[in-house]
Ligand binder design. Structure first.
Ligand code: NAP
Length: 372
């Protein structure tokens, strides 16, 4: 019988044999297919892993010092030097709205990643968990930058030290690197909506008490957040920083220019547009273009832009991969930086965070003139 003829089954046995042949052929095909798909899957996972490693490791090598694990340190500042001589790291982990049960893990991830700056506040209600995570990390205290903020109803001079002591106890530390007056609004003690008009109109007594606490060694630097009416007074310790909202929607170029000219460092809060507008910020065409061209993420493009603008940046995340991602900053080429700066400053500014209504104020805390 010529070999190219397929034998016609002549008996039950032949039929069975043929069926077995078909079965074994289809089993072979299935096995080959399985190995093919498995190989593709393994290669894809390897590609993703390699890409994520490449993205998370600085292109120009790691610096040995903590708080400096950024790319391109030759051009982007890893820290700024304050009038006290202290070095404040450029990128911090913000912990507002980082809930109990998740903030500690976020702080641990951040410290493992190389962050050495945590931006917290008494009002965030999570200082104890932040403190525990810091203690558990084993990072020496003198390598950390801890910021906290004085809440609105502790502005009366006699209430400040007890509030600070509570923060220090919760954070399990002897001193803060930076203590800010959280808002330019003072409430009466124990209330969260009864305005203390006198201390709101004139924050000088509050500032003087903070100066005293610097001299006592409980705070290394003091600063403000959104306060405008302080500089008329003779200050023993000038504000070391001003923490303000800076993001794509509200980039405040005039304030940035004024602050640079007057040697007052700005800290960018809600740098990604806060929870409310982060999605929108990450979808801005110029941000996406930078991300694509530099093979970085949109969040990294925005955070890099802030550092390149010369501000401290405080992105918040409780998602481990994002905490890691947000620590990697790169120098944006001039043309891309300018393009994003132009896009951010060409639309009408829109403030993302404004609690005036929630506090029941009958004026806007960001208005130029308060009807006090
Ligand atoms: P933000 O940092 O601009 O945005 C935080 C939001 O972005 C969260 O929803 C976070 O989600 C998400 N996110 C973070 N990284 C991301 C990434 N790589 N990709 C996608 N989404 C990402 O907003 P913020 O918390 O308003 O501001 C930051 C910090 O500034 C605060 O935590 C606080 O320390 C400080 N702040 C200060 C004041 C003040 O009055 N002085 C006011 C506001 C804020 P997940 O957490 O779910 O990852």
């Amino acid at each position: 019988m010529p070999v190219f003829y397929k034998p016609v089954p002549t008996s039950e046995h032949d039929d069975e044999e043929s069926q077995n042949l078909t079965k074994s052929r289809s089993a072979r095909i299935k096995t080959t297919l399985f190995y093919f798909v498995a190989t593709i899957a393994v290669m894809y996972v390897a590609y993703l892993a390699t890409r994520s490693i490449i993205r998370s490791v600085p292109k120009h090598g790691m610096h040995g010092r903590p708080g400096c694990h950024h790319r391109n340190l030759t051009t982007l500042p890893s820290h700024h030097i304050l009038p006290s001589g202290d070095k404040i790291p450029s990128v911090a982990l913000g912990v507002w709205q980082a809930g109990k049960g998740e903030v500690g893990a976020a702080v641990q991830t951040a410290l493992k990643t190389g962050y050495r700056h945590i931006d917290g506040a008494w009002i965030y209600g999570n200082e104890e968990e932040v403190g525990k995570a810091i203690s558990a990390s084993g990072v020496p205290r003198d390598q950390l930058w801890l910021t906290s903020k004085l809440w609105n109803n502790f502005h009366a001079p006699e209430d400040i030290e007890p509030a600070l002591d509570e923060t220090l106890t919760r954070l399990n530390t002897e001193y803060l690197d930076l203590y800010l007056i959280h808002w330019p609004i003072a409430f009466k003690k124990g209330s969260n909506n009864v305005l203390d008009k006198e201390l709101t109109a004139n924050p000088y007594p509050t500032w003087q008490k903070l100066e005293e606490l610097v001299d006592k060694g409980k705070i290394r630097n003091i600063g403000i957040s959104k306060i405008k009416n302080l500089t008329a007074n003779p200050l023993k310790h000038k504000p070391a920083v001003n923490q303000v909202e800076l993001n794509y929607f509200n980039p405040q170029p005039e304030l940035l220019k004024w602050s640079k000219e007057n040697g007052l460092l700005l800290e960018a809060y809600s740098p990604l547009g806060s929870t409310k507008q982060v999605k929108e910020a990450l979808s801005v065409p110029e941000v996406k273009e930078i991300a694509k061209k530099l093979d970085i993420t949109p969040a990294q493009a925005l955070i890099s832009w802030h550092v390149q603008r010369g501000t401290i940046v405080l992105p918040k995340s409780v998602t481990p991969s994002r905490v890691q991602e947000n620590f990697q900053v790169v120098t944006l080429p001039d043309d891309l930086f300018d393009k994003l700066e132009k896009a951010a400053t060409s639309h009408p500014p829109q403030r993302v965070v404004n609690p005036s209504k929630n506090w029941g104020l009958d004026f806007d805390v960001f208005d130029e003139n308060w009807p006090l």
